[in-house]
Design a protein around this ligand. Sequence first.
Ligand code: HEM
Length: 491
Amino acid sequence: NHQKKQFKNKYHLPPFVSPLPVLTHIFLHRCSIFEVAPILRRIHSHYGVIFSLRLIPFSNPSIFISDASLAHSALIHHGVTFSSRPLFVEPNRFLSVGGYNISTAPYGSLWRILRRNLTAETLHPSRIRLFSPGRHWALRVLLEALHSQSDQIVTVKENFKQSILSLLAIMCFGKKLNEREIHEIASLQLFLLRTFTSFNVFAIIPAITKFLFHKRWEEIICARRKQADIFLPMIRARRDWKQSPEGKQSDFEYCYADSLLDIHLPNEGGRGLTDDEMVSLCHEFLSAGVDTTTTALEWTMAELVKNQSLQSKLLIEIESLTGSCNEEIIKEEDLQRMLYLKAVVMESLRRHPPGHFMLPHSVTEDVIVDGFLIPKGVQVLFAVADVNWDGRKWEEPMEFRPERFMAGGYGEEVDITGTREIKMMTFGAGRRMCPGYGLAILHLEFFVANLVREFVWKSEVGNEVDLSEKLEFTTIMENPLRAQLIPRRKK
Ligand code: HEM
């Protein structure tokens, strides 16, 4: 105890900043702490790359870090200490497994089981390959939808979203969903994501706020019930099919739901997951992957519309590698040789990270970073965009220049996992890093290559692409991409 006291006397918390500007913004816009990035960026430029902010008097402060070396020290050198998540509050507790899912579980055995299940069973390259027919189907549906609008100016985001949701639904439930099912899932997803990221009244004395705001609470319960009504029949169909496949049809031989049916929790007497828990994990699978990938795809295509010379350079690469082949779709194997395509996708992920902050981390014991004390239990927020745009790491960081990823060949210049050095943190770094990054990059490369080979992407005459940002769940284009699509090949 004496040693602990001495330690605390010797080291201090990072400098405190006034919560007033942040609180004012949160109350005026009814938003969450994730949606105040521009204000935090201003604070950073004033107070430096690490500071503390206490939003509620006498509560634990949150600590903000916006520097690559500090993030590396925290997430890699002190990886275990920084790998937990803050305590979970309503309504998210209600919406997840025994209170948790992969992204919200504290660092420990439940998190390990759930995360390993996802990475080893569904996101393993051999499993990702199994879904190739699903990717081709989702792409064909997207191309058909875009062809049918190619005489107009197309606002492409909804088409992208529908396609990526269809694809992740295939991976989740092993089934091609129809348009109505996709729409229903998307609108419930949107509602539940909003409750997660908007100003959260239920975080404050839930027993009282659930009563005071009972209508809103009931809406959340109702949305989850509707989601269960859609997901559970598909999960049960997988259970039946696994138990007796004879004579029954299945679009895909494996899916994420199959792996959930096989999970047993050793610390809870080896029980399997309940229906609610499986619904919650399927919801997480879809919500973690859809908006992020859709946003990244829209930003990438916007940059290619804005920078026609980059689009031509990409097309030359695509044609030189697939030139003689008249196949309808560029296959996954062909993507491996497309170094410029990879550079375009990486540069887009660097310049336009879908999330400007990682999910909140929390520390499991007192730790010193950069001479400051980070006390056990505080919430730590890492500023992704500030790191990705750091002028000390990147020349002219706000320019869109895929060539910066060409030097030395793909993968040598930048270690996307940040293990050696952090230069960008779009997917986080360390133990809690996004487990879906390989899948997300594959989807982006696959869609971008095929979309560029299929159409000339041009901006609307007299309406140049506007790269202004707006914060929703991810940082989206304030003015969604509207493009003129001219088919390159006769159908
Ligand atoms: C461009 C697309 C994506 C981006 C930019 C992205 C980004 C991120 C970030 C920044 C984190 C937080 C890391 C941290 O707190 O340290 C995260 C976590 C996570 N992501 Fe992704 N992600 C993407 C796609 C996906 C996909 C496709 C999936 C799965 C299908 C996925 C599943 C998850 C999960 C389960 C977590 C929680 C990990 C944990 O807490 O252990 N993500 N992602």
